[in-house]
Design a protein around this ligand. Structure first.
Ligand code: HEC
Length: 110
């Protein structure tokens, strides 16, 4: 029991349960978080590398390579979002340019 409590307190709060303010998100990033929760969260986790239907997106831009093997640039990530990739649907028709930019800004915080 003490062991478990030690683990829990050392991990702190689950970021997925934290408010935008607690995460230190600016206005654009917090808009992007909303977009993510609507369109992406059904297949991707934001704060875990464990996949759901798609790969977990934790540290997306901090890794050397995206799961596909492409480098993590805005260009490559935008391409995946707007055109889709294999089993991932395309979002070009659902997201306007502002939502896309907000979403990218949020993904940079992961
Ligand atoms: C229906 C499920 C689904 C939804 C919804 C979805 N994705 Fe995906 N996504 C996937 C799958 C599956 C892959 C793996 C594609 C592959 O085979 O490389 C993926 C891959 C990715 C990748 C990695 C691309 C790479 O180059 O490796 C990113 C980034 C990504 N998705 C972001 C998003 C974002 C942002 C959204 C919301 C706009 C989203 N996805 C919505 C299923 C989904």
């Amino acid at each position: 029991m003490i062991f478990l409590a030690a683990i829990l307190s050392s991990c702190g709060k689950d970021p997925a349960q934290m408010t935008d303010a607690e995460l230190g998100l600016n206005q654009q990033q917090s808009q992007g978080r909303k977009v993510f929760n609507i369109y992406c969260a059904s297949c991707h986790t934001a704060y875990s590398s464990k996949g759901n239907k798609g790969p977990g997106l934790k540290h997306l831009y901090k890794k050397e390579y995206l799961p596909s093997g492409l480098t993590p640039t805005d260009e490559h990530v935008e391409e995946t979002i707007t055109r889709g990739r294999n089993m991932m649907p395309r979002f070009a028709d659902q997201l306007d340019q502002e939502e896309l930019q907000d979403l990218i800004a949020y993904l940079h915080t992961l």
